[in-house]
Ligand binder design. Sequence first.
Ligand SMILES: [Zn+2]
Length: 147
Amino acid sequence: MIQPYDDTYFMKQALQEAQLAAEEGEVPVGAVVVCNNRILARAHNQTERLNDVTAHAEMLAITAATNVLGAKYLTGCTLYVTVEPCVMCAGAIGWAQLAAVVYGAPDAKRGFTRYAPQALHPKTVVRQGVMETECAEAMQRFFQERR
Ligand SMILES: [Zn+2]
C-alpha cells in the first residue's frame, strides 16, 4: 500500500525550504510543522536576512505554526527539519511540547543530542536519519561553494 504522507514526504518539503535558504545565501536548513498530515508552517533559516542569530528554521516554523493554530503549544504536531536542531531550537521544541521531531542529517558540532539531550519534552519522540544523505549534501554543497 502506498503511504503518501510519511516521514520522507515531509522531509522533502523541508528540503525544499533548505533549497530556498541556499538560493538566498543562507545556511540551507529547512523545517516544516505538520499536524494531522497537514503542513501548518514551513520555514527556512533567515539569520542573514534578518540579522538575527535566533532566526533558525525551527524557531520560525514553530512561531508560524502557533500563529496558525492560535495556541502556544504544538502537542499534536511533528517538526521536520533537515539538520539536527541546535541547543536553542531544542529548547524551543521542548517549550512548544511537540509530539515528535524528525531530522535528517546529524550535526556533530552544534546538535542538541550531544550538548542538551534532555532539552526536549520527555514525551517528544525523536526520529533521525530521514533522507540523511540529501540533507547532508545540501549543507556540504553550500559550504563547498563558499570556500
Ligand atoms: Zn537552531
